[in-house]
Design a protein around this ligand. Structure first.
Ligand code: NAP
Length: 287
């Protein structure tokens, strides 16, 4: 039996996503699809839990019938403190997936592998000669992206952020391969990058546009956007017009869910075109 499989005695394995607010989460759609595909009589629920109740909720997770959980805003840092994190969660400083290993509550940050697996699927061999990356934004998600880029061998990560102090804090966290730069320095630096990743909320529906000029990017560069509403952001559209390979935010969202499902339900799920179409339809319906 896998280390995380349904503990003996539990009738229906169930997992959940815990957040506040969390009603908009697409995770039930994703895990519900995989449960149906695998023929598992399991469940995946939404749990709206306020910050003041989060500690108690996690401490009673198993008693509530859960084999594990996804964690979203604003609980990712608290989840790290309440569990035994793996190296990725520790490095990123936030946990988004909880599971039980016997009686130990373990945690990880699957945004790292979601980002990397999505690039691997969308732009195969993108990291073969990876040297320099550009990351826009130094918020919560940027940490997972920087960690993943360094793990795949990036020698330099240009980190552009409106608030330079936040980019500087990430250099302290990840080391001197990370170079904090102001937004204004972007034009002079992106010409030679191998991969450019937007981790800001710019370009998202309802947010200001992400206004950057991609003309200087070299032909083999890959552009990735974490934003997935709209599905095709203006950044990705501009990159595709230039003939560059791209990886979108929905792909990352789907790939980051894989490990949680396999840990909780003991089956490795696939990110299929059918799943993507299901979530795309839901996102399109909501906007
Ligand atoms: P966050 O922690 O709030 O960080 C937001 C970032 O955007 C910061 O760097 C912030 O700069 C920058 N920003 C916001 N407004 C700006 C503006 N007007 N001008 C310049 N910079 C601005 O958010 P997050 O959790 O990292 O999430 C960022 C985006 O990634 C969201 O759209 C989220 O939905 C998406 N995301 C997608 C996935 C996925 O699986 N596809 C996973 C995680 C996140 P300052 O530091 O200067 O404020």
């Amino acid at each position: 039996m896998p280390e995380s499989a349904n503990p003996a005695g539990a009738q229906t394995p169930a997992a959940c996503v815990i957040g506040w607010p969390v009603k908009h989460s697409r995770s039930p759609l994703i895990h519900g699809y995989w449960l149906r595909c695998a023929g598992i009589a399991g469940d995946y629920r939404i749990e709206e839990v306020a910050e003041s109740d989060f500690g108690n909720f996690v401490q009673t997770l198993r008693a509530r019938g859960y084999v594990g959980a996804n964690i979203t805003i604003p609980h990712k840092e608290a989840a790290l403190q309440l569990s035994e994190p793996d190296e990725r969660a520790k490095a990123v400083g936030a946990a988004n997936t909880l599971w039980f290993d016997e009686d130990r509550l373990r945690s990880s940050n699957t945004d790292v592998e979601g980002f990397l697996a999505n690039l691997d699927a969308s732009a195969p061999d993108w990291d073969r000669d990876l040297r320099v990356a550009a990351v826009l934004g130094a918020g919560g998600s940027a940490r997972a992206i920087i960690f993943g880029l360094l793990e795949r061998g990036a020698q330099q990560v240009f980190l552009f952020n409106r608030t330079l102090a936040k980019a500087q804090a990430l250099r302290e966290r990840f080391g001197e391969r990370v170079l904090p730069l102001s937004w204004a320095a972007m034009a002079a630096h992106i010409g030679g990058v191998d991969v450019l990743v937007n981790t800001t909320s710019l370009g998202m529906t309802g947010q200001p546009a992400l206004d950057i000029d991609l003309a200087s990017l070299r032909k083999g560069a890959v552009v990735s956007d974490l934003v997935y509403t709209p599905l095709k952001t203006a950044l990705l559209a501009r990159a595709q017009q230039r003939g560059l390979r791209t990886a979108d935010g929905l792909g990352m969202l789907l790939h980051q869910a894989v490990r949680g499902f396999s840990l909780w339900f003991g089956v490795m799920p696939d990110v299929t075109p059918e799943l993507r179409a299901l979530v795309e339809a839901d996102l399109t319906h909501a906007t």
